[in-house]
Design a protein around this ligand. Structure first.
Ligand code: ATP
Ligand code: MG
Length: 255
């Protein structure tokens, strides 16, 4: 399957030649284990890796190799045992829990396999949550959420409840929620895994179209090789290690 990438409208505005300037996430010597004694699992072992802004980076690898753990540490949901995680120059490993929670709410958007929508809220209310957390009034937040939903083709469904929506539509609400506060980093864990092939393809196309920006990095965990063509870079993990990083496209900031 080959996917034609859309021409990039921002490319010509950018003058970024130094690869170091593109670093959005910088990881050095990252390790994380779970459990103790016989039950000890080394989920991540000495990972050093960079993620670049203006790109969609995929993390691939077999079940249990540490993909979700790595994404969770990057997103500040899990603490690492050792190592450095810098997001747009901010050392999240040095932050205390309160600082990290605040940083995460402002700068990171999440998309999960199972959408995680609140069943009692409409699509627009669900998508507005990060803005409400950021202190926006409910009316303003929902109105902004409606705009984002419209931009992902959900303008006719803003007042629907999650159980009235298809899987692909629910994922579009989840993507809107992840992007509504314009985060610098978007992380997605298996966003197409609950969808059929065609809907998964549409969701990946949508993510490329609405989420990839010169000042944002998008990191997507997947073990679905049908979506590999959407990545600018693919980082392969195995047994807690990053074993290979493959460049597919040059991203928005290619010089
Ligand atoms: N909370 C936890 N407690 C104990 N072990 C855990 C925990 N979370 C993950 N692990 C273990 O850490 C390893 C990495 O798990 P992780 O969820 O990161 O894998 P994954 O690559 O995301 O797998 P999948 O593709 O199945 O989602 C696995 O061996 C898993 O059993
Ligand atoms: Mg996982």
């Amino acid at each position: 399957m080959s996917v034609a990438m859309k021409p990039c409208p921002w490319h010509s505005e950018l003058e970024v030649n130094d690869l170091a300037d593109k670093a959005a996430v910088r990881i050095r010597g990252l390790s994380k284990h779970f459990g103790t004694g016989d039950r000890r699992v080394q989920a991540l072992e000495g990972i050093s890796w960079d993620v670049f802004r203006g790109e969609m980076t995929l993390i691939a690898g077999p079940s249990g190799c540490g993909k979700t753990t790595l994404l969770s540490v990057i997103a500040g949901i899990l603490n690492a045992d050792e190592g450095l995680v810098e997001i747009f120059g901010n050392d999240v490993t040095a932050m205390n829990d309160r600082q990290r929670t605040k940083f995460r709410a402002k700068n990171i958007g999440f998309v999960f396999q199972q959408y995680n929508l609140l069943p009692a809220l409409t699509a627009a209310e669900n998508a507005s949550i990060p803005l409400v957390i950021a202190g926006w009034s409910k009316d303003k937040a929902v109105s902004r959420a409606r705009e984002v939903l419209t931009s992902v083709g959900m303008g006719a469904k803003t007042e629907s409840m999650p159980n009235e929506l298809s899987g692909g539509q629910q994922q579009r609400v989840a993507i809107s929620r992840a992007l509504v506060h314009e985060p610098s980093l978007l992380v997605c864990d298996e966003p197409t895994a609950a969808l059929d092939a065609e809907t998964g393809h549409t969701v990946m196309e949508l993510l490329r179209e609405v989420a990839v920006r010169p000042d944002r990095a998008v990191v997507i965990v997947t073990h679905d090789n049908r979506v590999f063509n959407f990545g600018d870079r693919i980082a392969y993990m195995d047994d807690g290690h990053m074993i290979k990083v493959e460049t597919r496209n040059q991203g928005l900031l290619a010089s």
